[in-house]
Ligand binder design. Structure first.
Ligand code: FE2
Ligand code: FE2
Length: 250
């Protein structure tokens, strides 16, 4: 159990992590045939990581002030900066392969519009689903690509995303202190997660399949991660929050 406000602990984590720059040993290219399968898919994730998170940041600041954790706003700002750095790493790789970056795609627009319409708690709930999907996705990319550079990026993204899930579990738990009907919410959250898995498989199924997932193992993995986030959120709700909430990228 920690005596420090969660926002402060996370602010410190993100500050430290941002100092740790990624230095790939090699800047090689992807294998034959990867451009057609991996390129369009990776470009969507690159765009997804680039959000400026304006609304999320505003809600986090307001929620932090209301709940007596004024560090939350800064922690969220650094979290967004870290996501943008993911976008920058992926963008750098794609550009080096001569693959054009996306300026817009429908799934990104849907996610952004959806998040704008929600309050902090529901916004975090939607964000958790996106964060969860990233874990099997980057695992699959790491498995399927012939590029050492891209594998290094994916390994680092997975390490960061595991911490993001812990961070969002803490936020969800803080919101849950004020919520009723948690059981019903958790069920709805699982249904949302399953729906998102369905859409993601339609868009990125080939990459996931080549990376070793089936539709079922992908869904199972995402629901398993959601259970872990819920367990972390329940611990945070009870103020039993620790830096070691049981979420880990595999
Ligand atoms: Fe990310
Ligand atoms: Fe993330």
């Amino acid at each position: 159990m920690t005596a420090w406000p969660a926002g402060m602990v996370w602010r410190n984590h993100f500050r430290r992590n941002l100092l740790d720059e990624l230095e790939p040993r090699t800047r090689d290219g992807w294998g034959e045939g990867e451009a057609a399968i991996l390129g369009p898919s990776l470009a969507q994730f690159q765009l997804g990581e680039s959000s400026d998170g304006r609304h999320l940041l505003r809600y986090a600041r307001e929620f932090g002030e209301r709940s007596g954790d004024s560090w939350l706003g800064e922690a969220m700002a650094l979290f967004i900066q870290e996501e943008n750095r993911h976008s920058q790493w992926l963008g750098e790789f794609l550009k080096a392969q001569g693959f054009p970056l996306l300026r817009r795609c429908w799934s990104d627009v849907v996610f952004r519009v959806l998040r704008k319409m929600l309050g902090f708690g529901l916004m975090v709930a939607v964000l958790v689903c996106a964060e969860i999907v990233a874990v099997p996705y980057y695992t699959a990319v790491r498995e399927m690509t012939a590029s050492g550079w891209l594998r290094t990026i994916c390994a680092r993204l997975l390490q960061d995303e595991a911490m993001h899930l812990r961070f969002q579990a803490t936020n969800l738990g803080a919101v849950w202190r004020r919520w009723k009907f948690l059981r019903a919410f958790r069920r709805c959250h699982k249904v949302l997660m399953a729906g998102i898995c369905f859409v993601v498989w339609m868009e990125h199924g080939e990459v996931l399949r080549r990376g070793g997932y089936t539709r079922l193992t992908f869904l199972t993995r995402c629901l398993e991660l959601l259970d872990e986030v819920h367990a972390g959120a329940l611990a945070a709700q009870r103020n039993e929050w620790t830096a070691r909430v049981p979420v880990a990228a595999r």
